[in-house]
Design a protein around this ligand. Structure first.
Ligand code: SF4
Ligand code: SF4
Length: 204
């Protein structure tokens, strides 16, 4: 089951201040996926869209790679990518297009059980307030052992997490990715992020 909701129009308008390429993933649309709202919103932003790719199961890296190859010129000409999918799909696109800013069009509330072809390298903690636009497309909930939202704990050694020394520190990865997309100063500018735990859906 998948439950995602479109982000607020204020947030989306801010993303669309740039010319964006759009990925829409309707592969898990069985439950609570705002397909109609996404299409309506995108139709009102035509002049800010360099191209659109609709794909089932964006979480499958091989599928996603093929769509990127097909749209390479349009992607090259855009200033960023917006992805309407669960948090996993957004992260897959960010991994494949490491020099492009990637923005989540939706907040993911729930994706347990069957949900397409999820790769193991990316995970979404279903927080209901997607932060991937602030963190270079790397989830701070699942890539940091402490789920920190505002930067590293300071315990990393040789870029490895102090809780799980065999795993890269999520916040060092976030910082390195932000530098690649020239948004290294984003963390300083954005103010403090606060997590609203009431948005987490439990026990469905
Ligand atoms: S920030 Fe992470 S946990 Fe929250 S919706 Fe985005 S990918 Fe999922
Ligand atoms: S070392 Fe990095 S990944 Fe580990 S808890 Fe601290 S900030 Fe999070």
């Amino acid at each position: 089951m998948l439950i995602t909701k479109l982000k607020s129009s204020n947030e989306l308008d801010e993303f669309f201040s740039k010319k964006l390429f759009v990925f829409k993933c309707f592969g898990c649309s069985e439950v609570y996926f705002p397909e109609e709202e996404i299409n309506n919103f995108a139709s009102g932003k035509q002049e800010k869209i360099s191209g659109i790719a609709q794909i089932d199961y964006l979480c499958n890296e091989d599928f996603a790679k093929r769509y990127i190859e097909k749209n390479v010129d349009r992607i090259h000409n855009c200033e960023g990518i917006i992805v309407f999918s669960c948090g996993v799909g957004v992260q897959v696109v960010a991994r494949l297009l490491e020099n492009k800013a990637v923005y989540p069009g939706c907040n993911t509330f729930y994706l347990n059980g069957f949900q397409g072809l999820t790769v193991l390298e990316c995970d979404c903690g279903q927080c209901g307030q997607c932060y991937l636009n602030h963190t270079g497309g790397i989830c701070p909930i699942t890539s940091c052992a402490k789920g920190l939202l505002n930067g590293p704990c300071g315990g990393a050694k040789n870029k490895k997490c102090e809780v799980h020394p065999e795993v890269d520190c999520g916040w060092i990865s976030i910082y390195e990715r932000l530098k690649k997309i020239n948004e290294g100063s984003t963390l300083k500018k954005k103010g403090v992020l606060i997590r609203n735990f009431e948005k987490i859906i439990k026990g469905i």
